[in-house]
Design a protein around this ligand. Structure first.
Ligand code: PLP
Length: 364
């Protein structure tokens, strides 16, 4: 992966520098408005990164000590880390081999009278089954905070990811196809939560009409984003449709190149969903050590990567509450490979990647 920077960003950054307004201000508002219109959601709040975005969603929903929050085991650690940040207890559940997303049946097994929320991840940009998730949430009175770090532009049944759940969060890290270097976005249709989050990221301040002045009515912190960074977002959001179309085109080429070879299992996408292919992942149907594959590919000058992490196998999360043996997650960690995908990748590049990968897998 490499960021797709076109040089057009400089114009927007210059406007911010010329304005002298370098912290969060009008450019961030402009960025939020663009994303709001694009997604079709009532509120979009920009902040420092996706991790603190999730933390603020938990706080907005009033989740804290004594509460349990269900998270998938196969994900980036941030999804889990935010739960103890608010004093709540994470509960790990297994994932589905084909979609790489949380296993909905396992969620049901994890629910106790302490469960207050689920943080499902639309992993690699593959949309979640929101009908199923919302049914579970409604039945058990749970809040869904979707970790949509990778899923900007993806769709479920014609609606953009970031809608159709209580709250969702996106990452603007440079691995994402719209990036501000560091940054995050929160979406919600709930006015109260939006108001809380907007205030929390600004030290807990509100403007009191009654006192005609700023008042700090709750604890808060500084999770703002700089207008210099939002300028990157504004510039890139203008081209989001083209950027997304290009990613999907490259992904479809990989699908074609890998099709018919039984050693590769492609990601399963619901026919009513649109994957944004933030990461193009392939499951290797051979008992190989993925780290060895990565090493061998590097020797052939092709950079491939693991998919993401199997949290219960990481030393920091050994003692986290688990449901079942989480064997799919372990398998995904061991057998998923992320292939190169960036805006300038050509079909010839892709052919070389697959040719070398097949050779490495034959030899191992
Ligand atoms: C699924 C998931 N959640 C959260 C994050 C953290 O995002 P950020 O770096 O913006 O805090 C990432 C990072 O890539 C991620 O992949």
């Amino acid at each position: 992966m490499k960021p797709n920077l076109t040089g057009k960003e400089f114009e927007e950054i210059k406007k911010v520098l010329d304005s002298g307004y370098l912290t969060e201000g009008p450019k961030t508002k402009e960025f939020e408005e663009m994303v709001k219109k694009y997604l079709g959601v009532k509120h979009v709040i920009a902040c420092s990164n996706c991790t603190v975005a999730m933390e603020m969603c938990l706080r907005a929903a009033g989740i804290g000590p004594g509460d349990e929050v269900i998270v998938p085991d196969y994900t980036y650690p941030a999804t889990l880390q935010v739960v103890p940040m608010v004093g709540a207890t994470p509960v790990l559940v297994d994932c589905d081999i084909k979609t790489r997303n949380i296993d909905y049946d396992e969620i049901e097994k994890a629910i106790t009278d302490k469960t207050k929320a689920i943080i499902p991840v639309s992993q690699f940009g593959n949309p979640l089954d929101l009908d199923r998730l919302n049914e579970i949430a409604k039945k058990h009175n749970l809040i869904i905070i979707e970790d949509a770090a990778c899923s900007l532009g993806a769709e479920y049944k014609g609606k953009k990811v970031g809608t159709g759940v209580h709250m969702a969060t996106f990452s603007l890290h440079p691995r994402k196809f719209i990036t501000t270097g560091e940054g995050g976005l929160i979406t919600t249709d709930n006015d109260e939560w939006a108001k809380f989050i907007f205030s929390y990221k600004r030290f807990g301040m509100i403007y009191s009409e009654e006192r005609s002045q700023i008042v700090f009515d709750k604890l808060g912190t500084n999770y703002k984003i700089s207008d210099i960074l939002s300028a990157l977002g504004v510039s890139q959001m203008r081209e989001i449709d083209e950027r997304l179309a290009k990613r999907i085109e490259i992904a479809k080429e990989y699908d074609e190149l890998l099709k018919g070879d039984e050693i590769f299992s492609l990601s399963k996408v619901d026919p009513e969903s649109k994957h944004n292919y933030q990461s193009y992942t392939v499951f290797i149907e051979k008992d190989v050590d993925i780290i060895e594959v990565i090493k061998k590919m590097k020797e052939l000058e092709v950079e491939v990567q693991v998919g993401t992490y199997c949290l219960h196998e990481e030393p920091a999360y050994e003692n986290v509450k688990k449901i079942g043996n989480l064997e799919n997650s372990s398998k995904l960690k061991k057998r998923i490979l992320t292939l190169p995908l960036h805006h300038d990748l050509t079909l010839d590049d892709q052919k070389i990647v697959i040719e070398k990968l097949k050779k490495v897998l034959r030899d191992l």
